[in-house]
Design a protein around this ligand. Structure first.
Ligand SMILES: [Zn+2]
Length: 316
């Protein structure tokens, strides 16, 4: 009841975490999300209903409404924000624990840097298709995310839930492990933590664990204390004046294979490409993707919406 937990991202994983923690009686839940509920979310995001989608409610607000009905004795604090280098430290600092419900690597590195810097435990989790992965990070005690994955996979290199889908059972498994770890940490049962990078594939029936007790001495975050993502002066998103469009640049250079990306995007909307660029239409938005993964997202002048579309369809 005395604990404060931050849930970053309230999609499939985040809403599963939120419900379990609310039912367990965690006294204060802070929920961050930049998106709104859509009908296509309902197949896996069990917190939300058709009525939430019809009203296009922000996920943080819809989740808070349901959580208050589930447990009226706890405090729920929804925030409709885009987590970036200028907001992350402020929202992390006053929490006991952070639990990952995001859908992209750039946000996870931000969480990692902020949590290592402020010495706050956090629980990484991700799922796509039938595969999921999770790891619990205790800064300076266990490996951090950057010890294990030195760099994010390049933009557009991996499937996302919006291009390849995800089945709900893997969400339940990853969230079950993340929430169990959260309960162990909140009650001080450090010896019960699983101490590994846990991977599951419920279609291939493959379950693996890799030990993560060893930290890398030269890790930029937990070894050298360089929190690159927190001091990023070169903002990766820019509003293109008067064009109702935002430009997103990838955090590191890459080379996109258009036929492969087009194949993936065809399931989610209309796609065309030539040797220079790929154009993808979904709803009222149009994404133009260049060879180096730089993208112009037309149909919005809000950076948060553009970032969300980039994470969903291009992937970071
Ligand atoms: Zn590290």
């Amino acid at each position: 009841m005395a604990a404060r937990v931050l849930i970053v991202g309230c999609g499939a994983l985040g809403s599963a975490h939120a419900e379990a923690l609310a039912r367990a009686g965690v006294g204060h839940l802070r929920i961050l999300d930049r998106d709104f509920v859509e009908p296509s979310n309902l197949q896996r995001q069990t917190m939300f209903t058709e009525s939430d989608a019809e009203k296009r409610l922000p996920k943080a607000i819809a989740a808070a409404n349901h959580l208050r009905e589930i447990n009226s004795e706890i405090e729920v604090e929804p925030h409709i924000i885009d987590v970036n280098y200028s907001t992350i430290e402020r929202v992390v600092e006053t929490c006991d624990l952070v639990i990952d419900g995001t859908d992209n690597f750039s946000t996870r590195y931000l969480i990692n840097d902020a949590c290592v810097k402020h010495d706050i435990n956090w629980i990484y989790g991700a799922a796509v298709g039938s595969y999921g992965v999770t790891m619990t990070i205790r800064p300076h005690q266990t490996a951090c995310l950057r010890c294990v994955f030195e760099e994010a996979p390049p933009a557009a290199s991996a499937p996302t839930c919006d291009t390849s889908g995800v089945i709900m059972p893997i969400i339940n498994i990853v969230s079950a492990v993340q929430v169990s770890e959260a309960l162990k940490l909140l009650t001080g049962q450090i010896d019960a933590l699983h101490g590994s990078l846990m991977q599951f594939d419920v279609w291939e029936n493959d379950w693996r664990r890799i030990g993560t007790s060893k930290r890398r001495e030269d890790c930029p975050a937990c070894g050298l204390g360089l929190y690159e993502t927190l001091s990023r002066a070169d903002e990766d998103a820019a509003v293109l004046c008067g064009r109702d469009a935002i430009q997103i640049s990838p955090s590191r250079p890459t080379h996109i294979n258009f036929p492969t990306l087009a194949e993936r995007l065809r399931r989610a909307g209309e796609v065309k490409f030539n040797e220079y660029l790929l154009r993808f239409k979904t709803g009222n938005f149009e994404l133009t993707v260049f060879e180096d993964a730089r993208s112009i997202i037309r149909g919005t002048d809000e950076i948060a919406i553009a970032r969300s579309l980039y994470a969903k369809y291009i992937g970071t």
